[in-house]
Write a protein that binds this ligand. Structure first.
Ligand code: PRX
Length: 654
């Protein structure tokens, strides 16, 4: 609770400056009042700001826990993100300003995007992709990722983007779960000067993904046409992106999609070993992301918006691609690492493109803080007017540093709480209205309804409890792909007899001003550097190693990443602990899942602490991992196990 205490004594408050407030889109509580009066009418009004081919007849049909928004309406997401702007004065406005890690750059105007997306939509059709089919996207952060997503949307295909850092096995599982027909990948991507072997990973994944009939390969490596070491092209299955595009027509009429047709699936970790395919639909998702992008980031026509997330995560979907483009905004997209070739890279990019709104993760901010003020000091950051954070709690110290060093004390900070499942930001300051407090995501946005509950669904006014969303919202997930029972179970059964209450899995505190302070997950999900990882996923990976008999994984606080992974492992007979085996197990997990899941610590133990009923005592493991005084061990079957684990751990730490 000590972190909590620090947070709750954090009572500094930062109202927006007069200057900011004066120009802000939202500067009073009219929107909140409108949404509270009639939240359906509020969302219907925002939905009507989009372009519909057929107007909707009903706003909401809510049969808990299933929602249907904008029934009867038909629209196309790519039309809303592109065609709308091409018809008007934004035709030649930059849509995507892209920079590759090696320093190459490209600017795509809305007109360019209009042509490229339609061409690629025709390419997909020529490969047999039809409305409702699934398409996998496994790319570096290059414009083709956005083009591929929008091309899917144009023809009504469902995309499933898989983060390029995931392993072949993770990719394979996702392709199989969604039964994807086509996979789009690249001959490589750049990360810290190294080329990632995406195509080779894809080839491995596809050895066991029979539904994928075609692979489109973007040539990312300069002069790497057909470079055998990076992309061996399989006759009949694999096609170069640029070859297919050469002969593709630039007109592809948009499909009129039902508001509730699936736009995409995005896999995220839960409390089992198997990631879940979060399903987002067309009309509600776009309404939610368009409105929240506009209000939270206070977007103006001349803004240059940089969301640093990869398209492989929900933040990249909602605030790098769909939300900004649905607002006709210019977005910056950067392929690589923040410290390549030097630690000033982000600030160099901000200066070079005149970034005015910057949105990143607390983990990145903590790294910048550690690297020192001299890096941002080399650059003119005076165009910045608004900063944002996402993905994990931000500690007040990092908040204040961000405010001072990056924001020059003049930029409001929006700390945005949301999830893959919510599709759009739910709790966040409105930068022209809210007096922010470092470490608090403040209050729900207009149209979203959150509260804190105890385990019996009693509301907690001030104090700690479980976060709950009490009303449906347009961009909410509709189900888990192929597993509606899991959808109901995971999100709507926390409170008995209240299938209308959505449980996000987070614990939070509420202060006297009604502000929310998100404390983190209360389930077996870890948040490592802003990325969600299930403890069970890592455990399942570990026990696949021949040396491992049993594994238990817990989170441990980490100065930079927020949390790191600590794995407790018991070995099979005949295997002996050694530093080499520890490294091997860490690598094994990285290879099985992806580098983001690599445990920082692997601890060998003769046994794992269990209750008499055989349940692993994670609380004790967490205490050990954190080096804390042990909690209550009286329910332990064999208390000596914990003591020996702790001794060993401390010896290794020193
Ligand atoms: O625990 C919360 C944390 O990230 C989880 C959602 O992870 P994911 O679906 O990967 O989406 C991340 C990007 C939206 C949440 O359950 N989280 C997200 N934003 C915040 C946060 N925790 C504290 N403060 C935030 N601003």
């Amino acid at each position: 609770m000590s972190d909590l205490d620090t947070l709750l004594t954090e009572n500094r408050s930062f109202p927006p400056s007069e200057h900011f407030r004066h120009q802000a889109l939202v500067r009073d509580d009219a929107l909140h009042r409108e949404a509270e009066r009639d939240y359906e009418a509020f969302w219907a009004r925002h939905a009507r700001e989009l372009e519909w081919m057929v107007p909707f007849t009903d706003t909401l049909d809510w049969t808990p826990p299933h929602a249907r928004w904008f029934h009867g309406g038909r629209l196309n997401v790519s039309v809303n993100c592109i065609d709308r702007w091409v018809r008007g004065p934004h035709r030649n406005k930059a849509a995507i300003v892209w920079e590759g890690e090696p320093g190459d750059s490209r600017v795509l105007t809305y007109w360019d995007l209009y042509r490229e997306v339609q061409k690629f939509a025709n390419v997909l059709k020529s490969l047999g992709v039809r409305r409702g089919d699934r398409v996998g996207i496994y790319l570096p952060l290059i414009p083709e990722a956005a083009i591929a997503m929008l091309a899917c949307a144009r023809i009504g295909a469902i995309h499933s983007v898989v983060f390029g850092g995931f392993s072949p096995e993770s990719l394979r599982d996702r392709m199989n779960d969604a039964e994807a027909k086509v996979l789009i990948t690249a001959d490589g991507g750049y990360r810290r000067g190294q080329v990632t072997a995406l195509k080779r990973n894809a080839d491995k994944a596809l050895e066991d993904a029979p539904t994928v009939k075609h692979v489109v390969v973007v040539q990312r490596r300069p002069g790497g046409m057909g470079d055998e070491s990076f992309a061996q092209m399989r006759e009949g299955r694999d096609h170069w992106w640029h070859r297919l595009m050469q002969s593709a027509k630039a007109e592809c009429p948009p499909e009129a999609m039902d508001a509730e047709d699936v736009l995409f699936i995005l896999y995220t970790s839960g409390t089992t070993g198997k990631p879940k395919g979060i399903v987002h639909t067309t009309g509600g998702y776009l309404t939610g992301v368009a409105a929240t992008t506009k209000y939270v980031f206070d977007l103006k026509d001349d803004d240059v918006f940089w969301c640093t997330a990869d398209v492989g995560w929900i933040t990249g979907h909602s605030y790098l691609v769909y939300g900004p483009l649905a607002n006709g905004t210019t977005c910056v997209m950067y392929e690589g690492a923040p410290d390549w070739p030097e630690r000033n890279r982000f600030w160099e990019i901000c200066e070079k493109y005149g970034v005015s709104v910057f949105y990143t993760a607390p983990t990145a901010i903590r790294a910048f803080m550690k690297w020192g003020e001299q890096h941002p000091a080399r650059h003119d950051l005076s165009r910045l007017r608004l900063l944002g954070t996402v993905g994990e709690p931000i500690n007040p110290e990092a908040w204040i540093w961000y405010h001072k060093v990056i924001g020059g004390l003049r930029c409001p900070i929006v700390d945005t709480w949301w999830q893959t499942e919510t599709g759009a930001i739910v709790i966040s300051p409105l930068p022209g209205l809210t007096s922010t407090k470092p470490g608090s995501a403040t209050q729900p946005l207009p149209g979203f309804f959150a509260t804190l509950l105890d385990s019996k669904a009693n509301e907690i006014g001030v104090g700690g409890g479980l976060l709950a969303l009490t009303r449906p919202w347009p961009s909410m997930l509709r189900t888990i792909w192929g597993d509606d029972d899991r959808y109901v179970q995971t999100y709507f059964t926390k409170w008995a007899d209240r299938p209308d209450l959505y449980f996000p899995g987070d614990g939070a505190k509420r202060d006297d001003d009604g502000f929310f302070w998100i404390m983190g997950r209360v389930d077996d999900v870890l948040n490592v550097a802003g990325h969600r990882i299930g403890t069970m996923e890592v455990e399942s990976a570990l026990v696949e190693h021949p040396a491992v008999a049993e594994a238990a994984v817990v989170g441990k606080s980490h100065e930079l990443k927020g949390q790191s992974i600590a794995a407790f492992v018991t070995l099979r007979d005949g295997y002996h602990q050694s530093p080499a085996l520890r490294d091997e197990l860490r690598e094994f997990v990285a290879e099985k899942i992806g580098a983001i899941a690599r445990p920082d610590d692997v601890l060998f133990s003769a046994d794992l602490p269990k209750t008499r009923s055989g349940k692993i005592m994670r609380r004790l493991l967490r205490d050990i991992a954190e080096g804390r005084t042990l909690g209550d061990t009286t329910t332990l079957a064999d208390p000596s196990v914990v003591a020996s684990l702790k001794d060993q751990y401390e010896a290794e730490e020193s």
